[in-house]
Design a protein. Sequence first.
Length: 318
Amino acid sequence: MLQQIKSVFRNNDTINLMAVSLYTKAVQPIIAKRNAARLGLKLNFSDQLIDIYGNNQHIRISRKHIIYLDGVMNDFRYYADAVEPDESGIVDFSRSKAHIVKGYDLHPIIFPALAEPMATTSQYLEFANLSEGSVSIDLGAYSGLTSIMFRELSGTTGKVIAIDADDLNIVAIKENLKNYHEKTGKTVDLLEGAVWTHSDGIKFSQEGNMGSSATDIVGRRVKSTRLVKSFTLMNVAEMFHLDRVDFIKCDIEGAEAYIFGDKDFFSKYTPRIIVEAHLVDGASTANTVKKALEPFGYKFKIIQQAGEGLPLMECWVA
């Protein structure tokens, strides 16, 4: 019965949006202020913004991204220390804007909302083992910063394909990749769409943040949804005529539970894969990913993600 009720909420747009609206406007602010006090933080809510204060630092996020508030509070220093504050002393993630990222000095990076701290990117790089000529696929590229870092470690002949389906993310990615090319002469390929189990297109929930994903997974929790192009992993390899794939970063908000059963792809390529495992219907996707990849000879290790509650799953063929 519980699963049937969940299914009704996920598949009924009106019920889903009403429930999300009621929770975020009336319930979550009360809970958030209690949690903030427990963490030694202070919150201020306005019509459009949420300001978070602690440790002589100030983070600002958009009210429409209140779903991320608990995460930002729990990992306050992780986000506050990710970028340099603006001239007002605020780490402002409330809108798409350029930030000076700590640990990356080639050019400012435009983030659609929350920053991607270099702490997590460093974990990707440590596992990826990239070198001259390496080929990487960045699933859920968000701002494109991770794609840029993969390209930096792949020498003059390396290749990186950044994939994202969120319109606001794509605007940021294009600008960041352009600035990167102007600084270094290196390119990163951008593919607009989502990796999925087929190439027929999927409904996609867009929010201009890190949580955009297929509506089959997250439901229609925001008003902006549209049909986007979809590709299998093998489709991507064929489109770019890839002779090798060395590394895949996968942060696609639950879709990792569906995409790794691509026998055509894994019969030809055995890349190292790092996955941010998510909760879908209350269960971690790690077990599903493991079951999908084990037949192709993969081994696995779960590690704690820097500054995040969600774990990272390292996958490799021994």
